[in-house]
Design a protein around this ligand. Sequence first.
Ligand SMILES: *Cc1c(COP(=O)(O)O)cnc(C)c1O
Length: 392
Amino acid sequence: MSHQHSGQHDPGHHSEHFETLAIHAGQPADAGTGAVVTPIYQVSTYKQDGVGGLRGGYEYSRSANPTRSALERNLAALEGGSRGLAFASGLAAEDCLLRTVLSPGDHVVIPNDAYGGTFRLFAKVVERWGVSWSVADTSDPRAVRDAVLPETRLIWVETPSNPLLGISDITALASVAQQAGVRLVVDNTFASPYLQQPLALGADVVVHSTTKYMGGHSDVVGGALITADSALGDELAYHQNAMGAIAGPFDAWLVSRGLKTLAVRMDRHCANAERIAGMLAAHPKVTQVYYPGLPEHPGHEVAAKQMKAFGGMVSFRVEGGEQAAVAVCDRARLFTLGESLGGVESLIEHPGRMTHASVAGSDLEVPADLIRLSVGIEQVDDLLADLKQALD
Ligand SMILES: *Cc1c(COP(=O)(O)O)cnc(C)c1O
């Protein structure tokens, strides 16, 4: 894949590939010391040379901090945008975006298979401020077009989605959004920019929980927004500073460190997940496997068109209902029972009682016998053996 980036911040990296950009884009050797990694600038304020005389452009660390700036330049480069912004969490990033682009009376179209916290933000928080929403099956561009109202301002999509690994055609949705004069937002957390680049496919804004694959080591909570629209980028940056939910210097540094190995980690996540999805599909106790890499997955062709590989997340249903699903989660040993995803270690969870408890009773409710795996980068035979013993 070749990746565009603005070159605004470090003109030497115009045409380099993803793996190279991940290590170098926006990460020059430190000006003061020559340190090859941007240090953790654990600082709130900066000495001025006379009133208003800023040495490095830095004034106060809510507005900008060198460690966060290095991450933000890297995020922009990796998603092919002109502006990247780093936040304290994925939901803080989403909140900043929604309060930047929406006003009372506006309407949004959201997916019927979304991260539970995203749904909660729309249904329980943003709605109170006079923003209405409706749910559409985003894997069907016509259903999305039919859900758009005169007051719709944005279409939200997650692909692959959480936890059912549904696939939505970003190019098709971008054309629905463009015809309706609304913005398309893609939550790219499950794919990461190594596997999928929504801005190049016509999306207006990319959202990330950097807590997941981008951080990659289950040691930081963070979020990001990236856009190629410089006017929107300026508005988002204004609101990031005005609302203040920024990534702190240490968290920004951890995410930058994670991004340097994103490509090699994703290759292994994908290879392991493919093997596990294949094993599960043939297992007598498994009734359904949700993995876009399987040819029988309804979104397989679209995923093959817009993704470099099929990702590290696998969901499946088991015989015996909720009790059986919970028992499998309890018996797993190498797969750690826990929420979240995208770290080097494999995780298993029961979405109905854990990550997606907040969508119970809504259109987004998930099957009670569903299990979700975040396949890590351990040796795959060890992972296969653990799942087999948990299923038997
Ligand atoms: C985790 C997650 C979020 C929310 O991010 P936080 O960092 O937990 O606030 C949003 N979208 C998806 C797809 C996620 O997995």
